[in-house]
Design a protein around this ligand. Structure first.
Ligand code: FES
Length: 122
């Protein structure tokens, strides 16, 4: 498990995940070292699923490595960073895909379409 240090550098989930006997790496994923750790994790392990719980930029960064390294791992992301009401009312989570506005808190979306669109076009 790779945990990005982020700006806060407090790992609130460590107390919960320490019981799972996981190899936990904490790093700054935007640093060169962090990028190498991410690439090597994708390359060196037989990873079937990658879950990213961070910003859209982080999701896109991982997607780019999955493409670059020709990984076939499933990729799932959290959209918690865009959610406000979580009920389909406020529109803060809205993405536009193929000309259609979609409130991402209420549906499962193709990660690639949703993330690239939001990062590249706001
Ligand atoms: S979070 Fe409010 S509509 Fe999705």
């Amino acid at each position: 498990m790779i945990i990005d240090k982020g700006k806060v550098e407090k790992f609130f989930i460590l107390q919960y995940i320490n019981n799972f006997n996981l190899k936990i790496i904490t790093t700054d994923l935007l640093s060169n070292d962090g990028q190498d750790i991410l690439k090597n994790a994708i390359l060196d392990n037989d990873i079937k699923l990658i879950y990213s719980g961070g910003s859209d930029e982080q999701h896109l960064n991982i997607l780019n490595y999955l493409d670059l390294l020709d990984s076939k791992a499933y990729f799932a992301v959290s959209n918690n960073n865009t959610i406000c009401c979580g009920e389909g009312i406020c529109g803060s989570c809205e993405v536009q895909i193929d000309g259609q506005k979609i409130r991402s808190c209420k549906v499962q979306l193709d990660v690639r379409k949703a993330i690239e669109r939001r990062v590249l076009h706001g």
